[in-house]
Write a protein that binds this ligand. Sequence first.
Ligand code: SF4
Length: 332
Amino acid sequence: MVTVKPDYYDDFRCLMGECPSSCCTLWQIDVDEKTYEYYQKLDTPYGEYIRSQIDNIGDEHWIKVYNGRCAFLNDENLCDMHCQIGPKHMAFTCRQYPDFTIACDTYEVTGRTLSCPYVANRIVREKSKTKLIIEGKSHDEYENEIFHIVNKCIEIAQDDSIKYRDREKAIIDYIRKEQMYLVEKFKVDEIFMTEDNKTIWDYCDTLNSLNVVTEKWPKILSQLEELEYSENDIVKFEEYLGDREKEYENILVYFLYKHIMYSTNDGNVFQRVRFAIIATRIIFMVGLMKFIENEEFTTEDNIKVAYIFSKEIEHDDENIDTILEDISLGMI
Ligand code: SF4
C-alpha cells in the first residue's frame, strides 16, 4: 500500500470561533450509523438533547440546521457537542473534515480540502512548490501509472520556466497522449477528448445548473455572465499579479492532486484534468472580474474566492459528475 499526502498536510489548526466560513454552517451534516447508535444509547439529558436535534428518514440521519447553522454550533461559534461529549463521539463527517481520502486498491491519497479557510490560506499563500510525501510501494501497474500522471501533471503545473497560462496548455497536450496510452496499454474505454477552447461564458450554463449552498455563488455567477473583458484585461491582471500567479499554480496543483486519482475507477484522466483546469480558471476569472471592478485583488480576496468555490461547488459529488459529463459532451 502506498500512502500519499501533501507536505502542508500536518500544518493544520482549526480556526474554531474565528473561522470566517465554518464547516458547521450551510452544509447538512450526515450522522453515520455507528455514531447514531451511540447517541441512541446515550442515557443522559444531553443524549436526549442530541436525539432531538437529529432528523431521520429510514436509515439516513442528519443534524438539524437552523438559519444555516448546525444545531450544535453555539453562540461562540464552537461545537457544543465537542465540548459536552468529546470529539470521538462526533459524526464521522465532523471528525474527518477537512480531510479527504481517496482509497484505491493500492493507494491511499489523503489531503485537506480547499473549502476550509485555514487550508485555503495555507494552499494559496504557499511560496515553495508543493511536494508529495509518499510512503510504501505498489506493484499495481495501472494504479502506478495513474499516480505517475498525477505527479507529471503537478510537475508541469509547477514549471515556472513557462508562463502559468502556457502550463495549462502543456498539461492538456500531455494528458491527451497519456489518455491514448491508457487505452492502448490498459484497455480502458476510449473517450472523446474535446478541445480546450471554451470561454467563461461557455461555462455559465453548466455552472448555473449546479447545486449550491448559498446565494453567494449564483450572485458571483450572474456578475461573471455580465463580465466584459478583453485579452488586454487578462494581460493587465497577469502583470498586476506578477509573482502572485503562483497562487493559481497552487490552486491548480490542489485540484490535480485531489481529482486525478479518482480516475482509477474508469481510466478517464483527461476529463478530470480538464476539470482541474476549468475549476482553477473559474477562480482566476472571478479574480479578473474583481480586479476590473476595483483595480485591486488581494491574496485575501483570492483565498476567499477559492474556499467559496470549493464549498459551494467542489464539495458536491453531483456537481462534479455534471461538470465531467458536460466536459465529455464538449459543452465546456
Ligand atoms: S472550516 Fe476549517 S478552520 Fe473553519 S471551523 Fe471548519 S475545520 Fe475549522
